[in-house]
Design a binder for this molecule. Structure first.
Ligand SMILES: C[S@@+](CC[C@H](N)C(=O)[O-])C[C@H]1O[C@@H](n2cnc3c(N)ncnc32)[C@H](O)[C@@H]1O
Length: 281
């Protein structure tokens, strides 16, 4: 099925086209890597890129309390794997990893990345062709994870993928989902983003613009979701969570949702938050 082309998908499609054209994985990182970890420069290598993912994987799994021994026996789904910056490390820690992404070229490079730096026999890939549903069976994963991806979807797709995470994880399994929320500067950034995304659809100009860092920084964060919105959507769809916690960069004194703990970890970006929870049995 042809990928659905939404405005906010343009930078990923453009970077995906570039990664398809390049044979050398270091060149892929030099050309497109900045869309994943924001680093630029001719000195970049796939090894450095994967190292940045390895460090983040270690930190997040530690803070979110993932049991290392249980992980070795667990199946893991990553929504928005990109070219495998974190996926390589996930394959070293989990028994089986399914990398899911909107862009099929990223998934091919993800396979190359994992072949070089991870455990390729533990990897499968799954194309998210419509940007909102996972082509995976119900209750088939122990853990579903997503990082810096749901903010790049429009609001409805981000909520749909959140429900998909709960469909795919088994009862008692764990979801670890990262979102971007509102910050004061968004009163300027959000309208500017709407304009930039509209420009990305202009023939010739759009794809050129979508490779400029300034334009992607403005335009690719297609939604901001407050925790209450995500939790309310799950309640509306009768999805039940247990052991739920919201994680922010700085401590928050007030719990905003009943039965949901509020925690902090200084490694979280100030505009991000995480939903960590288990699917009810
Ligand atoms: C900023 S990158 C993050 C990649 C990876 N998590 C990392 O930290 O390196 C966002 C990824 O999400 C993918 N993506 C964007 N929208 C998506 C959607 N609707 N469904 C699945 N993947 C999506 C993009 O193609 C891209 O690979």
């Amino acid at each position: 099925m042809a990928a659905l082309r939404r405005r906010q998908h343009v930078p990923w499609n453009v970077a995906g086209d570039a990664s398809r054209r390049l044979d050398d994985s270091d060149d892929v990182v030099r050309d497109t890597g900045w869309v994943f970890n924001n680093e630029v420069g001719g000195h970049l290598t796939l090894a450095d890129f994967v190292r940045s993912g390895e460090q983040e994987v270690g930190a997040y799994l530690h803070y979110f309390g993932v049991d290392t021994d249980a992980a070795r026996r667990s199946s893991f789904v990553e929504i928005g794997s990109g070219i495998g910056r974190m996926t390589a490390e996930f394959t070293k820690r989990f028994d089986h990893v399914t990398a899911c992404d909107l862009d099929a070229s990223f998934l091919r490079q993800c396979q190359r990345t994992v072949a070089e730096f991870g455990e390729p026999e533990r990897l499968s890939t799954s194309h998210v062709s419509d940007g909102r549903s996972l082509n995976l069976p119900d209750a088939s994963a122990d853990v579903v994870f997503s990082y810096i991806t749901l903010q790049h979807c429009n609001r409805e797709d981000a909520l749909a993928l959140t429900r998909e995470a709960l469909r795919v994880v088994r009862p008692g399994g764990l979801i670890m989902l990262n979102y971007r929320t509102w910050i004061p500067l968004d009163s300027v950034l959000f309208p500017a983003g709407v304009v930039v995304r509209a420009l990305w659809r202009v023939p010739i100009l759009g794809p050129t613009l979508a490779r400029r860092r300034w334009s992607t920084r403005l335009g690719w964060q297609a939604n901001r979701l407050a925790p209450s919105v995500v939790l309310q959507d799950l309640r509306t769809h009768h999805e039940r969570l247990v052991d739920a916690s919201l994680w922010f960069r700085t401590p928050r004194s007030r719990a905003t949702e009943p039965d949901v703990a509020v925690r902090s970890f200084h490694g979280i970006d100030r505009s991000h938050w995480w939903l960590i929870a288990r699917r009810a049995d």
